[in-house]
Write a protein that binds this ligand. Structure first.
Ligand SMILES: [Zn+2]
Length: 326
């Protein structure tokens, strides 16, 4: 699916957009009319499943700074499902570039019609339709003993402070492109004890229950198993946290992070660059864990996203994006 041609907008937005163009025209010293701004788009994949990332490539002449663009995924009822900022991706030796946004389809998204709006400074300039494919997720019940129940339910200012730090990292969109993928799994074991998107019921020690969705993949590996970076990037967190134990977070792309939880030991410091395959530490059962395992998670603009989708294809496939746009 390739979307190419002039911006499609309604009468109401034409007025706003002409106004925007006039303002921009004045700012940049150029004269533009809305109908003369060609926008070309390419979307990969075209029929994502719930939990999967989509990559949107765009060329737009004359509108300038990629940081002013956002992509917003909306369902058929008009509800916003997720959003992401655009970043600049250099695609050839001459320095030509695409504006790219990587969005997550939340695992809770209903299959069916959806659309992505491209917004420029908050105004919609072009819309792409897509179809969210069907997918079913597993379910599991997890009994927690008193210690794990307390970890999950007790109010604790330290826990709140750690959550604020985590969210500050995951909601940050940088500009660095450290990898284009595909990613590799952080352990060689294929033994999974819990899957991405599992619908979970935690059964607390007092008999009460709480629903939750599993944000990553759990590998049932023995304590001491080497855990490796799934791709190149920058270590933005490497420390002990109350709920997730010894935790490492790597930034790979603007808004895209991989997370490794419950490690026995961490062997990388915060702030260093790592290659794909660099040992980050050894697996364990620190934090809220019912046994030794590695929890591996990938976040896209804050949304938890299926790690397998990053292993099965490169998330930034320049040739495929350019091929669809041209
Ligand atoms: Zn897990």
């Amino acid at each position: 699916m390739v979307y190419s041609g002039m911006v499609m907008i309604t009468k109401g937005t034409i007025r706003k957009f002409v106004g925007l163009m006039l303002v921009l025209g004045q700012c940049f010293g150029v004269t533009m009319l809305y109908a003369k701004v060609p926008v070309k788009l390419a979307l990969i994949p075209e029929n994502p499943r719930p939990g999967e990332p989509v990559t949107l490539g765009m060329t737009v002449e004359t509108l300038g700074d990629e940081a002013l663009f956002q992509a917003v995924l909306t369902n058929a009822q008009g509800q916003r499902l997720s959003k992401a900022s655009f970043f600049n991706l250099t695609v050839d030796k001459e320095g030509a570039s695409l504006k790219v946004a990587i969005l997550a389809v939340p695992s809770t998204a209903r299959p069916g019609s959806a659309s992505i709006q491209v917004e420029h400074e908050g105004r919609s300039i072009v819309k792409i339709d897509l179809t969210i494919a069907n997918r079913s997720f597993g379910s599991e019940e997890i009994p927690l003993d008193q210690a794990n129940t307390d970890l999950r339910t007790l109010q604790d200012p330290q826990k709140t402070a750690e959550a604020v730090v985590l969210w500050g990292i995951l909601s940050r969109t940088g500009t660095a492109v450290y990898t284009s993928g595909p990613f590799t799994a952080p352990v060689t074991s294929t033994r999974r004890t819990s899957f991405f998107g599992d619908r979970r019921i935690f059964m607390y020690a007092d008999g009460s229950r709480a629903a939750s969705i599993h944000a990553g993949i759990d590998y049932g590996v023995p304590r001491g198993t080497e855990v490796r970076a799934c791709a190149a990037g920058k270590v933005v967190l490497a420390r002990s946290r109350i709920v997730t134990g010894n935790s490492v977070i790597i930034e790979h792309l603007p808004g895209i992070y991989s997370l490794y939880y419950h490690l026995d030991h961490i062997t990388v410091p915060e702030g260093v660059m790592v290659s794909g395959g660099t040992v980050l530490g050894q697996s364990g059962a620190t934090g809220l864990a019912t046994g030794p395992h590695l929890h591996w998670e990938i976040r896209v603009a804050g949304e938890n996203t299926d790690p397998d989708a990053f292993v099965s294809r490169p998330i930034l496939d320049k040739d495929a994006l350019l091929g669809k746009i041209n």
